[in-house]
Write a protein that binds this ligand. Sequence first.
Ligand code: GDP
Ligand code: IMO
Ligand code: MG
Length: 423
Amino acid sequence: MKVDVLLGLQWGDEGKGKIVDVLTPGYEIIARFQGGPNAGHTLEFNDIKHVLHTIPSGIFRSDKLNVIGNGVVIDPITLKKEIDALMKYNINFNENLLISKKAHLILPSHRLLDASSEKAKGKNKIGSTLKGIGPTYMDKTGRNGLRVGDVFEDNFKERYTKLVNKHKTLLDFYEFDYDLDSMEEEWMKSIDFLKNLNVIESEHFLNNKLKEGKRVLAEGAQGSLLDIDFGTYPFVTSSNTVTAGACTGLGISPNKIGDVYGIFKAYCTRVGSGPFPSELNDDVGQKLRDVGHEYGATTGRPRRCGWIDLPALKYTIMVNGVTKLCMMKADILSHFDVINVCTHYRYKGEVIDYFPYDVVDIEAEPIYKELPGWNVDLTKVTLESEFPKELSDYISYLEKELEVPITIVSVGPDRKQTIIRSV
Ligand code: GDP
Ligand code: IMO
Ligand code: MG
């Protein structure tokens, strides 16, 4: 069997959690492959809203296995809190949640380093979620990190102290005030909790399951425009959020990748700093934020809002090898008479149709095509045949431009508000 991958094509928060939840019945295993508690994936069903940060979005289906892969960075404190909050739903975490021995650990001092680095950057700050993601991946690539499997070793505390001492030197360099003691106590307790979870060699486990014919869905976090290589560097996260990240983050070879589901909002949002060519700093942007409830699921920060950006989407579809598209939040555009689509940019005096190298220092001014809105409430629509003509035209236009079929259209946050198209 092959591994299907589901990931975000914009700057995160596209609705990945919702669609993983919708697709989970078709898979035996759901696996996160990168990122960590910077993610906030929202699922809604039975009138309850859940936000997951480290746990894969298949956890609510009792017959599914959920793997936290080697490419993920885990903060045992947030993982414990997440599990504690879900205890009331009778989830069998010992059986259904599997954690890679090779996943790296976020230490309390990584969180402090994240905060001190942002403070030092001043107005150029990344707008990090301050969960310690960047410093943890830095220690991973710097070959200093601690992994989940290390917690079972006798010298774990020594190695922890050695790494923290290094971090303290850096924090002193940044002249950053901190109180590590209380954070450490909670962290060590959470490490004991982690030891009792199901820690495995997940690359062997997943490849064996594939051999047995089991279906695996890899759940991306963040979005392709936040990818460390292909995103709007340096305003990105510290992992490979693209399809290739599923190979390194799970130990799956590239020839085992099957379908790639690319998720995008029918418009565009971004939280944190960095370029966003089609951002709307006006009443229309504010209306998108209000109607779309565009506030971060992890930090509660208001999301920046703007129109859909085709050059950016074409780029992320290309680097991911997307085979199926999912268009989210179509219901939000029902509130607009006119919908704009960014088709080109004016860049260094020229009109271009691609996402340029430098959008940080050089402005890419969006050029729009205007399309008619549909002004029809979509939230109760269950069949594609009920779509207003303007929505069908919007979908056809995007499919023609993006050259990939839109197989899912989402018309509300609930699991049921999802239309699977027969394309
Ligand atoms: P993720 O990080 O990609 O999983 O996305 P988030 O959960 O951070 O943000 C998506 C938000 O949009 C959540 O609040 C979802 O409940 C909500 N959502 C998802 N799909 C739809 C949709 O089609 N319509 C509306 N109105 N809300 C949606
Ligand atoms: P999900 O999985 C949206 C953004 C942060 C910041 C930048 C770097 O819910 O889509 P980091 O904490 O990773 O060092 O922050 O990336 N960011 C996200 N934005 N959704 C996310 O995850 C994000 N994870 C990180 O706002 O701009
Ligand atoms: Mg999110």
